[in-house]
Design a protein around this ligand. Sequence first.
Ligand SMILES: NC(=O)c1ccc[n+]([C@@H]2O[C@H](COP(=O)([O-])OP(=O)(O)OC[C@H]3O[C@@H](n4cnc5c(N)ncnc54)[C@H](O)[C@@H]3O)[C@@H](O)[C@H]2O)c1
Length: 560
Amino acid sequence: MVECLTSVWARHGRLTSEVTYTESHRNMPRYGATDTGQALPRRCGRDCNLAAMEIREVAVVGLGTMGAGIAEVFARAGIGVVALEIDAAALNRGVGILDASLSRAVTKGRLTAAEQAQIRSRVRPAAGFSEAAAVDLAIEVVPERMEIKREIFAELDRVCSPDAILATNTSSLSVTAIAAESKYPGRVVGMHFFNPAPVMRLVEVVSTVLTTDGVAATVSDLARRLGKTPVQVSDRAGFIANALLLPYLNHALHLLATGYASRADIDLAATVGIGLPMGPLALLDLIGLDTALSIMEVMHGEFGLPRYMATPLLRRLADAGRTGRKAGRGIYDYGDSSASDNHDQGGNALVSAAPDTVTLIGAGDDVEAELASAMASAGINVTRNAAHPTDLIVIAAEAGRPVLPAALAAGRPEQAVGLHLAGKLAPGSLAEVVQTSLSSADAVEAGTALAAKLGLATVRAPDRPGFLAGTLLYAHLADAVRMCQDGYAGPTDVDTAMKLGCGYPRGPFELIDAAGAASVLTGLEAMHEAYGYPEFAPPPLLAEHAAAGIAFAASPRPGR
Ligand SMILES: NC(=O)c1ccc[n+]([C@@H]2O[C@H](COP(=O)([O-])OP(=O)(O)OC[C@H]3O[C@@H](n4cnc5c(N)ncnc54)[C@H](O)[C@@H]3O)[C@@H](O)[C@H]2O)c1
């Protein structure tokens, strides 16, 4: 199955998530003008339809990692920004982040000096909340702590007009709980930007059961005006993107903690094998292990399922202060590039250790033929006869089928390894060297060296369903199907969220459709049978699509 996915992603290439601020974007009609050019009323009173509001000025509270970028996005779209911080020093620092970002854009020729000045003139650093009295929307981007968010909302309630929309950029706190304490809960929404805000195109617009009709539509239109793609969801822990991303990252760390695969191999399997822009462990370090832990805890509190339980290593690393890049040390070490624990060799091997003679055992299919021809071209003597004394037995491994039975049948299981191609056999593509419980260390070395000699990137994986790339991917795809099955989001919104919020080249449902629901189902069934974990149980919606032979894109009722 991974073969299909990888080749599809390779065909479509990777997304560049860079937003280009074109002239036409900057000159987009202001929200509040109808298609016919008629101006809509700016204010409509607290009982009226907030959808008709024109957003001319916003307040951004908290100009840290996210807030400075969000302020930049608003100002670039021609919207006035009142910038608020906890004190003058923090305000200077935040405005400095924004200035540095604009200066970089000028240096790179993406912005003229005149445009920079114009954008900058729209940002008004403010001494206090009273300066936000006239804004049409205020967004809080303060640390992820409920008590701080509550304080900010109380201030905004006090100074802002009852017609103003109040938004939170929270990643994991309950928007409903924030709204419930507001004087006018109907105007409170989540407006969840992704990091870095000027680049990532997704905005999750989160409504609560208290949100007034039309507010989410207004905020979605505003997001479009900012050049973003909004996805509207209801208030649920993790929304779409984090609810899918975090369990997958946590699963990857669990594989490391349990010795399933090495750190380098896990990241390589995800990037080269699956085609994701970043390995899950490197991404955890970037997000911050403490942040990842708190999001997992919120999701576990909400859903209570084992899939959302933080793996103990995540908690230990966070407790130890090894929170990732920001601490200089997390799963990897960023302080000292020569540190020994940054250099686990993973599947790397010396080509010189490659075997001279190989017994190749396969299913008589194209993969076996391709491998035989590549080995012969590399000067390796290949036989199909297991009785011939050779340096190594290679089983052309198939996803969903264990290697051990073929190794036992060959009579020399200690000299046998599986080789699973996660895509077409091409220079730089991924080969998983599958070690059975009887494979000797020498055989694993030789198999790894052989794959390297064929020009393949290699990882080592145990002889378990999905090997390495598949085991990460199948569970992730199952989460996406379950989210759709729960009726939380449709396939298109899920795909949009993962592509624009996480930089995926293709969304989970596009991947399932490309591979075929039946193939993903087979992978999950094998994992579920082997482990018995409920999180690997194939969702009925996937089984239904497999049985009906229909793609999610073509499904009349993809979620129920
Ligand atoms: N960092 C991310 O990748 C990311 C992505 C999406 C959403 N978020 C969410 O965005 C929010 C902010 O995260 P961040 O990473 O930008 O945090 P951060 O710590 O980088 O920035 C928070 C800013 O808020 C300011 N602040 C603190 N108390 C304040 C107060 N009382 N009044 C005004 N300003 C105050 C701080 O001085 C700081 O500059 C959080 O809710 C987080 O969950 C973060």
